[in-house]
Design a protein around this ligand. Structure first.
Ligand SMILES: [Zn+2]
Length: 253
């Protein structure tokens, strides 16, 4: 009897304490039609698990896409890291370590038009399988507004495409990349990325045989999968048929 009375007293006390033995109170807006709390809809998240912004979407095979202003699935801008396992990136434009000295990209994500992304995935798979190498990407799609900033800083079309016509990067059809060995070290290519000197050109032959061989390997594999080299930059490749893709100014997420 004493135990019973104690239990009733305890029940009453607990009932008076706010939040104890009571279902959590939720605002009506957070309740589903049955009154149960509805789970937030799973949206796309970036590789750090953070919500990635409303502009991004998921493609049919789970790839992350930045929809193009052009109304075609082929024109979607595909996040390379979502389609190339083990891809390495070094996006200098997302840091001050680039020729402008300023951060000009809001993030280090790299996007390419779907056909270019798929072909680059094939390049990466081929290099991994037959050469034990990985690709490291410096740049892909670049919004036209960023091209205008580049031009303001360096208005010289030997180094920067004039935004009046636009760069193939503005079309999402150009990629800047290098090769990385099994030891994680970049293969010797003779110059750094964005080295605006003649040493960076394919026609410059006064380089160690190893460097020439590395450039030749990158060039031949890229060509085999439908990319054309740029004479003045060993790191830059355009997808054949780049003209079909319009110059675009969709902001990077
Ligand atoms: Zn480039």
């Amino acid at each position: 009897m004493r135990v019973c009375r104690f239990a009733i007293l305890l029940w009453c006390l607990l009932g008076l304490l706010p939040g104890t033995f009571r279902p959590p109170s939720l605002p009506a807006a957070e309740r589903g039609p049955t009154g149960a709390r509805s789970a937030p809809a799973p949206g796309p998240r970036d590789r750090r698990g953070e919500p990635s912004g409303s502009r991004l979407a998921r493609g049919a095979t789970g790839e992350i896409v930045l929809p193009s202003a052009a109304p075609s699935r082929e024109f979607d801008l595909v996040d390379l890291e979502s389609v190339i396992p083990g891809l390495l990136t070094d996006v200098r434009y997302a840091t001050p370590d680039n020729f402008t000295g300023k951060v000009v990209y809001p993030s280090a994500r790299v996007f390419l038009r779907r056909p270019a992304a798929e072909r680059l995935a094939a390049v990466a798979a081929f290099l991994a399988r037959h050469h034990g190498l990985r690709v490291k990407v410096f740049d892909g799609y670049r919004p036209l507004s960023v091209q205008k900033r580049f031009w303001e800083i360096l208005p010289d079309d030997r180094y920067v495409a004039n935004p009046a016509t636009g760069s193939k990067h503005n079309r999402g059809a150009a990629v800047d990349l290098t090769l990385v060995g099994p030891d994680g070290v970049d293969l010797a290519m003779g110059t750094a990325f964005d080295d605006f000197s003649e040493r960076a050109g394919h026609g410059f032959r006064d380089l160690p045989a190893r460097v020439l061989a590395n450039r030749r390997l990158l060039r031949s594999v890229m060509a085999g999968f439908g990319f054309e080299p740029l004479a003045s930059e060993w790191w830059h490749y355009d997808l054949k048929g780049w003209k079909q893709f319009p110059v675009e100014d969709v902001p990077l997420p």
